[in-house]
Write a protein that binds this ligand. Structure first.
Ligand SMILES: Cc1ncc(COP(=O)(O)O)c(C=O)c1O
Length: 398
């Protein structure tokens, strides 16, 4: 039998970059992946910060199956259906925006597109500000805001006009907001693809103050950092900051493709019917899976688990750093932890050694020098210990 990788070479576009071109899986369950090599892997990539409830959580599977038997698709433009409305009601209770309303789409990039369209449409201003080193997605609007790797933009210009890429410096940002007609400023409270870099709380508070001062909408891209990963539903809650628009996706539906933006009913009321939409956004099955995801997060106290095991992991990693000074920095909140080696070859070697020994971890950062420590939020202490054992073995052999 030919390997999937070999078959894929003939029929899959080479545009996709792969962390592990030859890695093949046939099943996922909880924190584990099962390879076609019949090996069991601890998955600390969580499908790139998506599978917070683990792979194929029984409640999520049951909710999706039930929905599949009832209604797969109708389009919210054609008829109201329960899972769309119920999900919006549920999210309304957890987002850090009062009296929030929701627009659902299929992905993170599309949530960013929706956010910037709402910003321009509602303010009637053209300008958008994004911070240098951020990742907001790959569709043209989102790509125009993305600078985590310049490779993402190469070959695609001209991008969307009136986009200002600002150094993350409040004085520089104030200059841009003061001198231009800016609709919205978008930022990730913790840089995801940019290397798991949290901004200092004063900077985030400063962004809120400046955007208020200049009548600019503050758009929080919590696509990677949100839905409980840092121990609160959203990072901005750690700092008591309310965004004007919140972008959500990734972990929202445990792996079903779903994105969302939240904004106050007042702001949403300025978005006229028909000025945005889509065929599949808020698909019934995806929404049912998202409802089950929120229920699991609450019933199994996964935010608490993220906080407790996040501090436990950081403590253990700090001990490892003492023994292995090849680790240069450990940072993050909850179970969104970056381990920075400041050396891409070393990080790469460690990732490969970990995979050989049954641990899936993936890199991030412009040069791939950072390893993400992002297990599913259902992870247990003993699985963290197991992962750290494999990780230390790799550290010893690098
Ligand atoms: C912060 C952030 N924004 C936007 C996106 C784009 O999401 P998607 O890949 O679903 O389009 C990502 C994906 O990694 C992300 O991390």
């Amino acid at each position: 039998m030919k390997k999937l990788y070999e078959r894929g070479k003939l029929v899959v576009s080479p545009v996709l970059s792969r962390y592990f071109p030859e890695f093949e899986v046939k099943k996922g369950s909880g924190c584990y992946l099962f390879g076609t090599d019949n090996k069991k892997y601890l998955d600390f990539s969580a499908g790139i910060a998506v599978c917070s409830t683990g792979h194929c959580h029984a409640r999520v599977v049951a909710a999706a199956k039930k929905q599949l038997g009832n209604l797969i698709h109708i389009c919210i433009g054609v008829a109201n259906y329960d899972s769309y409305i119920t999900l919006a009601e549920k999210l309304n209770k957890i987002v850090p925006i009062k009296n929030a309303q929701f627009f659902f789409c299929q992905s993170g990039s599309e949530a960013v597109e929706a956010a910037i369209k709402l910003a321009r449409y509602s303010t009637k201003k053209p300008g958008l500000v994004a911070l240098k080193g951020s990742f907001h997605g790959r569709t043209f609007g989102a790509l125009s805001l993305t600078t985590s790797k310049m490779k993402y933009r190469d070959g695609y210009e001209p991008l969307v006009p009136n986009v200002y890429i600002a150094e993350p410096d409040l004085t520089v940002i104030e200059g841009i907001l003061k001198n231009n007609e800016i609709a919205g400023l978008i930022f990730e409270p913790i840089l995801g693809e940019g290397g798991y870099v949290p901004y200092p709380p004063e900077f985030i508070l400063g962004l809120r103050q400046l955007t208020e001062k200049y009548g600019v909408l503050l758009i929080a891209d919590e696509i990677q950092s949100g839905m409980g990963r840092t121990g609160k539903w959203f990072v901005l809650e750690h700092f008591d900051v309310t965004p004007d628009i919140l972008c959500i996706s990734k972990a929202l539906a445990s792996g079903f493709p779903l994105g969302a933006i939240a904004a106050s009913a007042e702001l949403m009321s300025r978005w006229s019917p028909g000025s945005h939409g889509g065929t599949f956004g808020g698909n019934p099955v995806c929404c049912a899976a998202a409802i089950a995801t929120v229920d699991v997060m609450q019933k199994e106290k996964l935010l608490q688990n993220a906080r407790q095991l996040g501090s436990y992991s950081k403590k253990k990693l700090a001990q490892l750093q003492k023994k292995h000074p090849i680790i240069k920095d450990i940072r993050g909140l909850g179970l969104m932890i970056g381990i920075d080696f400041k050396d891409s070859a070393a990080a790469r070697k460690i990732i490969d050694l970990c995979l050989q020994n049954g641990l899936v971890i993936i890199p991030t950062g412009a040069d791939g020098t950072v390893i993400r420590f992002i297990p599913p939020l259902i992870v247990k202490k003993q699985q963290i210990d197991q992962a750290l054992k494999i990780f230390e073995l790799a550290l010893k052999n690098v």
